[in-house]
Structure formats: structure tokens, C-alpha cells
Design a protein around this ligand. Sequence first.
Ligand code: FUB
Length: 312
Amino acid sequence: AAAIAAALLLLITDVRPALAGAPITTAIYTADPAALVVGDTLYLYTGHDEAPAGGTNFVMRDWHVFSSTDAATFTDQGAKLSISNFSWAGADAWASEVERGADGRYYWFTSINGNGPGWMNIGVAVGNSPTGPFTDAIGGPLISDSTPGSSPLNIDPTVFTDDDGQVYMYWGSYYGLRAVRLNASMTSTVGSVVTPSGVSNFWEAPWMFKRNGVYYLAYAANDSGCSQPGYACVRYATAGNPLGPWTHRGVVLDQVSSTTNHPAIIEFKGQWYMVYHNAAAPGGGNFRRSVTIDKLTFNADGTMQKVVQTGG
Ligand code: FUB
């Protein structure tokens, strides 16, 4: 009877979305996308899942750059950054984001296990073009556990440059969202680390952008109101100021076929997109994820419609 009950429970809880976006590549497994438009090209910066089939942990050592001029076909430009580019780092090339600095260079903010003081840290690499080459910009972490007020887990940086040139970074996990201003140099912080308010059910993977004067923060949430246990949806909040307070607006992406969920939202050639990952590629899984892209639509009042996971 116990076995039947367990099987029934699995059937009830193991419900996958009927539709899931197609991978940008099936040559490798990719995860944790960040998006950047430069000229007529959309760049995606992704993590690289290398766990074996049936693996039960992340194996992530480098990050790839993908480029596209139509948001449909993506070219893998290769592993343009690796934990070996950070002399102080040892493992876990987790989520990252690239932002163009005031000096015209490209700053790649990364989550890295330092294997030293602090478990996860945020590092920064810099390159002269969107595809690099990239080198460590600091020689140590930008944020580590020793940073006053830093998050319970220093991962998943999202960096946003406002119209007035001020730069902000949000990051965090395990319900610990943090934010801080960055210098124009992108390699040091200004003022104190703060805990933004109003971001309901934040779990991890923040992504910040601005549209029509409104600040948006999308993020993975794993509450029972939007996902089954162990999975995450993407919720979002809006604000009138870059550091909040934020007002929760709802779910923009339902749970996907991987346990983790990770948004990047971008406008490219007049169309908005949601870039995210799932487990839909052949042989895919929670530690063998694939980045995908779907169209995103705004309502007239600035709210976002829930993304339809097309399967492509
Ligand atoms: O890919 C490793 C971690 O899983 C990321 O840092 C999180 O956002 C989650 O996707």
C-alpha cells in the first residue's frame, strides 16, 4: 500500500508543463541566461551544465556567449569565461550577467565558489567587446561573505545602469535579496548593502530592467502559490525608484521542467522576450538544463502577461 501511495504521489506531483521552450542549442547544456543587446545583435551569456546523466549536483566550470540577429537562431561563440580566469576561485560557475560600463567595456558579473573565505562570491571580469576576451577585473571578489550586510548566499548578480548613469546591483538566494550601488568603474560598491522591501517570496535569480520610467525586478520564487514543491516560478515587482520599495505584480513565467527557474527579460528589435532555462533538451534534467527564449507581452498598464512556453 505504501508503494502504491508513493507512486500516486509521484504521479500527482510530477506534473510537467505541456509546453516547454526549445533549446537555443542541443550541443551543450546551458543555464542561467543573461541577455544584452549591442547594435543589431542579441547576446546571451549562459552557464554551462556538465553534470553526467543522472547527476544530482551542479557541475559548472565556465560560461558561454551566444549571439543572434533574429532572436531565433543562436551561434555559440564559445566558453568565453571560466573559473580558471579568477585566480581566487575554485568551482561553481553559477549565474552571471554582463553590463556595458561607462568606459564602453563589458563587465561580466559572476557567481563563483571562492574555496576560501566565503562560500559563494560575486566576481567581475572585463572585456573590450561583448565576446571578450575577458579577464578578472579586480583580482578578488566584489562581494563575499565578509561584505557587511551581504546575502545569505552571494549568487545571481543582476546589474542595471539607470538613465542618469548610476549603476545598481541586486543579488541573492535563500530568501536573501540584497542590493547596492556600484561605482561607474563597475568594480567597487558605493554605500551600504541594503535589503529591498516588497519583493514577495523572493528565492533567487533577480533580473532588473526599466521600461517607460518604471523599474522592474523579475525573480525566481518557490512558494506554493505558483509552483509545486521543489520548483520555482518567476514573479515580478515594480518600483518608482531603483532601490525600491517594490510592489509585487504577479507571476510572469510558470514553473518550467527544471526545478530551478531563471529569467532574463529584454527588448530586441521592437519585441520583448523572456529568456529562461528548462530541462527540455534530449537527456536534460535539473542539472542538465537548456536556455530557451519566448516572446513576452506587456499590457497597456505596464503589467506583463504570463509567458507562453511555446516549445518552438
Ligand atoms: O545554476 C546554478 C544556480 O541554479 C543559479 O545560480 C541559480 O539561479 C539556479 O539557476
